[in-house]
Design a protein around this ligand. Structure first.
Ligand code: SF4
Length: 344
């Protein structure tokens, strides 16, 4: 049996060649491309301005695998967590987070994750596979529909902070961003997209060389190698000095400020000595720091910091003239908060 090629693996030129070979008019090419990437359609049948014959021609030659929403849970604070079913039966999760003036999609880049950070529920699942760029795109398109349905507006922001390490699936992440920012696709501004990573130095340099226009956030969580290595095992392979070097290069090439994500764990990384280490790390390049409230994960062995400790930590950094935001967690009651995605 001949396996049909996924229609969404074709470029605009690929569709053009196919139509030319099959004697179809050239204006059909843009129509199909629009259905795929602008209208995020989910089957050939939906392509209503194409004749039945053309739809059937496409169906004979191409497959059109899409992901679907398996379950949808709504939090008391309006956050919606979706479990997405992939074509091969695996599941990943994505979250819609409404906040004042914004609706943000948090999406997954891998099924599971190989990096096994100790505080993270996804890390306990192990790694299954990288997502294809169309699977990443589908999550965004489906959460976009939820945003319009439940909150009456399209997505304002996208964060690649769900399941998986985006930079270990760099090419698919990059290709999905391209479709989202393409005026012939969703047409979203790259300024509204953030890719978050624990830091893979060669990929950070690659992002710079590729002139990435989206934002980059580093999940730092500890600014000393001995401490960071305890919670993020890959830090042993890529110590902070390598990350600093890569981030300096990234800043030099792109001119962009780096977001530093820092989850506060009680009595582990929330003391003033830790804040001081963080301040020293942040002097290497322009940054914005997001301090994040920890959401407890079963058997992880960490507790969230006390509110007053978080405030003291924040004040210390602000006294060092650093830009700091304190991020409260959203969707905790449905395990949709940062680090909690594990298919529950
Ligand atoms: S924190 Fe991110 S990189 Fe670490 S295990 Fe979880 S999903 Fe993977």
């Amino acid at each position: 049996m001949v396996t049909k090629k996924d229609i969404r693996s074709l470029s605009l030129l690929g569709i053009e060649t196919f139509f030319k070979v099959n004697g179809q008019k050239n204006f059909r090419v843009q129509q199909v491309y629009d259905w795929l990437w602008k209208k995020s359609c989910r089957s050939f049948n939906e392509m209503s301005n194409l004749s039945k014959e053309i739809r059937s021609l496409l169906d004979q030659h191409f497959s059109f695998p899409v992901i679907t929403i398996d379950t949808e849970q709504k939090s008391a604070d309006g956050t919606i967590k979706s479990s997405f079913l992939l074509d091969d039966g695996l599941r990943v999760e994505g979250v819609l987070i409404p906040s004042e003036g914004r609706t943000t999609a948090c999406i997954s880049s891998q099924a599971g994750c190989p990096l096994a950070c100790t505080f993270c529920a996804t890390g306990k699942l192990g790694f299954r596979r990288n997502l294809l760029f169309a699977e990443i795109f589908d999550q965004i398109a489906l959460i976009q529909e939820q945003s319009v349905k439940f909150y009456g507006k399209p997505l304002s922001n996208i964060v690649y902070m769900g399941m998986g390490e985006p930079l270990l699936n760099y090419e698919n992440v990059r290709a999905s961003v391209e479709k989202v920012i393409d005026p012939g696709g969703m047409g979203m501004s790259p300024q509204r997209i953030t890719v978050s990573s624990v830091g893979i130095p060669e990929k950070i340099k690659k992002m710079a060389d590729d002139k990435a226009r989206y934002h980059f956030a580093l999940s730092l969580h500890a600014a000393r190698d001995d401490k960071r290595g305890q919670i993020i095992p890959v830090n042993q392979k890529y110590p902070l000095k390598d990350l600093i070097k890569a981030l300096k290069y990234y800043h030099k090439v792109t001119g962009k400020r780096i977001t530093i994500e820092y989850i506060l764990f009680r009595d582990f990384n929330d003391g003033l000595a830790d804040a001081s280490d963080l301040a020293v790390f942040c002097k290497n390049f322009p940054v914005k720091i997001n301090l994040i409230e920890y959401n407890q994960v079963e058997n992880a062995g960490f507790l969230p910091s006390e509110a007053h400790t978080m405030k003291v930590f924040q004040d210390f950094l602000e006294q060092k003239n650093l830009v700091v935001n304190l991020r409260r967690s959203r969707g905790k009651d449905i395990a949709a908060a940062c680090g909690q995605l594990a298919g529950k």
